[in-house]
Design a binder for this molecule. Structure first.
Ligand code: F6P
Length: 363
């Protein structure tokens, strides 16, 4: 069997804190332990469409990136080579550029490609693998919503950022006797809202998995008032929706791009003012949750996954992704990971803990 000499590495989809820690772990292990060469593929799989975008990553090239947010490789969530969109004479055309990706991977002498991404990227990786490109995946997302793994790196940093925001909002809400709503990310999962809400002492947590009732939410705020707490903190996941209602969209799906969630915080704030008459303010945390330096937890998790990904390549266990199961690093097939999400169990332990503290989910 041909020995492994050269591997590629790419990051795809939305960025998240800890991507650079994975890149660093892969380069250091591949080069220093195994003597392989690592080629950085830039901007998702674009670097395999235009090879001028790819370059060798030496340990020197990745020096100092461990604490850096973002990804030194760049990323895109529009770069699916199977449905590649380009403008030709003023018109957007969709083409399958996967044969070119495979040819370029061979031209670059890549014996395998490690790709770090969410469920969309894992789906592309699986399809490339089936077409003959040896692929290994590393799951990432701040949303923590991938079915293939118990936890994703980036999530802990996002929860830390959201908790810090809640701590700051707490003091101003209390001083002004206001209700403050914090809208956090998470797509169709409520993990960021749930964990930051518990950590930040929220009074109400609204998550997609538990459609809420405005009346129940306002009752919680009024009960607090009657008992002497004239302020309340609400954390709303961007995917939260009222019972019988639908999610709030910032942008509809278009041109191969998924819909963008956003706006539920404003709706909840307006409804609280209307129903209770209490002065209410809304903060949308947005991309602050995706940026910045990864927490030590995320750096360690990302490093473990990077080392494990190289190990999968060494053992030629292609078509798989590294994951965490019961606190241990493990692996799963890319097929099982593609497009599958993991939401908050509506009656799970964390929700019960929150309810034991009288945090309302508006149900
Ligand atoms: O999946 C990560 C995430 O930050 C979601 O929480 C959010 O809905 C989405 O990406 C935002 O995407 P964009 O960066 O394209 O606005």
């Amino acid at each position: 069997m041909k020995p492994i000499r050269r591997i590629g590495i790419s990051t795809g989809g939305g960025d998240c804190p800890g991507l650079n820690a994975v890149i660093r772990a892969v380069v250091k292990t591949a080069v220093n332990t195994h003597g392989w060469e690592v080629v950085g593929i830039f901007d998702g799989f674009d670097g395999l469409i235009d090879t001028a975008k790819s370059k060798v990553l030496t340990p020197l090239a990745i020096r100092g990136i461990l604490p850096q947010g973002g990804t030194i490789l760049g990323t895109t969530n529009r770069g699916n080579p199977f449905k590649y969109q380009a403008e030709v004479r003023g018109k957007v055309v969709t083409r399958d550029l996967s044969p070119l990706v495979l040819r370029n991977a061979r031209k670059l002498g890549l014996d395998a490609v490690v790709t770090i991404g969410g469920d969309g990227t894992m789906g592309i990786a699986y399809d490339l693998h089936r077409k003959g490109l040896p692929m290994v995946g590393v799951p990432k997302t701040i949303d923590n919503d991938l079915a293939s793994t118990d936890i994703t790196f980036g999530f802990n940093t996002a929860v830390t950022t959201a908790t810090e925001a809640l701590d700051k909002l707490h003091t101003t809400a209390e001083s002004h006797h206001r209700v403050i709503v914090l809208e956090v990310m998470g797509r169709y999962a409520g993990w960021i809202a749930l964990e930051s809400g518990i950590a930040g002492g929220a009074d109400v947590i609204l998550i997609p998995e538990i459609p809420f009732d405005y009346e129940a939410m306002c009752e919680k705020i009024m009960t607090r008032r009657r008992r002497g707490s004239k302020f309340s903190l609400i954390v709303a996941a961007e995917g939260a929706k009222p019972r019988g209602g639908s999610v709030s969209l910032a942008e509809k799906a278009a041109g191969g791009r998924a819909e963008r969630l956003g706006g539920i915080g404003q709706k909840v704030g307006a409804e609280i003012t209307l129903r209770t008459g209490i002065d209410t303010r809304v903060t949308v945390l947005g991309h602050l949750q995706r940026g910045g330096s990864p927490t030590p937890f995320d750096r360690i998790l990302a490093t473990r996954l990077g080392v494990a990904a190289v190990d999968l390549v060494r053992r030629r266990r292609f078509g798989r992704l590294v994951c965490v199961r019961g606190g241990e690093i493990s692996s799963a097939s890319l097929a099982s990971a593609a497009g599958k999400m993991r939401g908050v169990p509506p009656r799970g332990e964390l929700v019960r803990v929150a309810e034991a503290l009288r945090i309302s989910f508006g149900r």
